[in-house]
Write a protein that binds this ligand. Structure first.
Ligand SMILES: Cc1cc2nc3c(=O)[nH]c(=O)nc-3n(C[C@H](O)[C@H](O)[C@H](O)COP(=O)(O)O)c2cc1C
Length: 192
């Protein structure tokens, strides 16, 4: 019997607020022994450092491979690179706009474009407030093109007592959407 190949995800960090979600997702995915192909935009690296104190190379320990955002020859730039989903976390309005309009200025935009054209799952963890009409229109365009729009909006109904708990609860929702549920996740109506 052949061994089942590990699941493979592309995880991209762009320069929006919300880096603790990205770090938590990377940690939880790495613990599941899936392949993680990582991308970090220049602004993403800046905000990562500002919000978590971590450098790109420090978070790359959770990744199977990290690609330069200008490396258009990377495997993730091609539809022939099979994967189980791409998550942009956090996702800026700039990256949203580029993908919604088919502009592949960097490898993150290109990989997202390819993910959509191949009919694979694209999950955008957007973060901005308030939203203007352009942001909302771009979200609708991408939702209609098959992307899953998942704004970084944690719930409070589990009464989180720390930022870590709040972040973990939101990341558990992302894992649910990816079909990788955490057995420890708190669930409404289910006693843990
Ligand atoms: C501290 C900080 C926080 C930011 N937060 C956001 C944000 O929440 N949402 C957003 O769309 N842009 C945010 N920006 C602006 C983006 O980083 C900027 O538009 C950048 O060009 C996005 O490039 P990228 O999409 O390639 O990462 C923030 C910038 C900084 C320095």
């Amino acid at each position: 019997m052949t061994a089942h190949p590990p699941k493979r995800y592309i995880v991209a960090l762009t320069g929006a607020s919300g880096m603790p979600y990205a770090v938590s997702l990377l940690q939880k995915l790495a613990a599941k022994n899936v392949e993680i192909h990582g991308l970090v935009s220049a602004a993403g690296a800046q905000v990562l450092k500002l919000e978590t104190g971590l450098s790109t190379s420090e978070v790359s320990r959770y990744m199977t491979r990290l690609y330069d955002e200008k490396d258009f020859a990377a495997p993730v730039a091609s539809g022939s690179f099979p994967h189980d989903g791409m998550i942009i976390i956090p996702c800026t309005m700039g990256t949203l706009g580029a993908i919604a309009n088919g502009i592949s200025n960097n490898l993150i935009h290109r990989s997202a474009d390819v993910t959509l054209k191949e009919g694979r799952r694209l999950l955008l963890i957007l973060r901005e407030t308030p939203l203007n009409r352009i942001h909302i229109t771009n979200m609708l365009r991408l939702a209609e093109a098959g992307a899953t729009i998942m704004p970084a909006m944690p719930g409070f109904y589990h009464h989180p007592t720390s930022i870590e708990e709040l972040v973990a609860m939101f990341v558990d929702r992302i894992l649910d959407v990816l079909g990788l549920p955490d057995p420890e996740a708190k669930r409404w109506g289910i006693e843990s």
